[in-house]
Design a protein around this ligand. Sequence first.
Ligand SMILES: Nc1ncnc2c1ncn2[C@@H]1O[C@H](COP(=O)(O)OP(=O)(O)OP(=O)(O)O)[C@@H](O)[C@H]1O
Ligand SMILES: [Mg+2]
Length: 297
Amino acid sequence: MRPVALSSLLLGMRELLERTLGSRVRVNLDLDARVANVLGDQTQIELAILNLAINARDAMPEGGELAIGTGSYRAAGTAELPSGDYIELTVSDTGSGMPPEIISRAFDPFFTTKGVGKGTGLGLSQVYAMARQAGGLARIQSAPGRGTAISILLPCTDDQVEVADEDVAAATAHVNAATILIIDDDHDVRRFLADSLNSFGYAVLQAEDGPRGLEALREFSPQLAIVDYAMPGMTGAEVARAIRDKDPDFPIIFASGYAETSALESFAENSVLLRKPFRLQELQDAVRQALTPTMTA
Ligand SMILES: Nc1ncnc2c1ncn2[C@@H]1O[C@H](COP(=O)(O)OP(=O)(O)OP(=O)(O)O)[C@@H](O)[C@H]1O
Ligand SMILES: [Mg+2]
């Protein structure tokens, strides 16, 4: 995590946001000038804001207003959010809003109300992962017909100094040394898994199909593979069989939709099923379980 100058980042995004949202949406920036630097990853913060803006646009087909505001926030300290000074970044819209049952699932990976091919359901889960990775939090306030406000809390820092990449890498390597291989044909899913696993402290290798995955396995000796079940060419089951031929105890997590679950039962031994859509917590639990041999038996 590095210090990020949030106000200049937001000001720098204004044109991009206006272009993305089109002429029917007015963009308002309401930035607290006293807002200090925050800790985070500049690119991920930008992506999160863009994701939120696109969600807002989709919720306002007739046009409306998108407001981005910042302010300071002092946390007393809870299990989720350590006490300290944060910046609250809020992106709000005057769109359709969400009922409680959608709010409660909106951060879940792959949860989408948009039609097939329109939404991957990864946007908000990436926003949430980014905030958690930075040591903060994301939350939703919304009601049907009353618009939506999504706020991200990011830790403040007085630090202006650039931290060397090696220091960051060393710090994360210390947390979780395991390397995880992701085999999935969907680029967005791979990137999402990679971001989340990185945020948990794991190193990640990505392969877009079975043969390349098996090659990476030989070359880099990861400790765990997360394998998509439905892939063109080699299926997840075939990939797993090839892995297990070489190493019968190699830990595997299958990521699958409900429909494929029964076909996977035969692999249940030594492997963990992760059903889409899943929560970040479920991903983290599955990884821990798969990496702990006694628990998978
Ligand atoms: N600003 C908003 N107003 C109303 N509903 C929203 C808003 N933002 C998110 N949602 C709801 O939450 C769901 C999940 O949002 P998310 O961004 O994670 O996925 P998505 O937009 O469907 O797909 P994508 O991965 O392409 O962003 C949306 O499908 C929508 O139902
Ligand atoms: Mg989205």
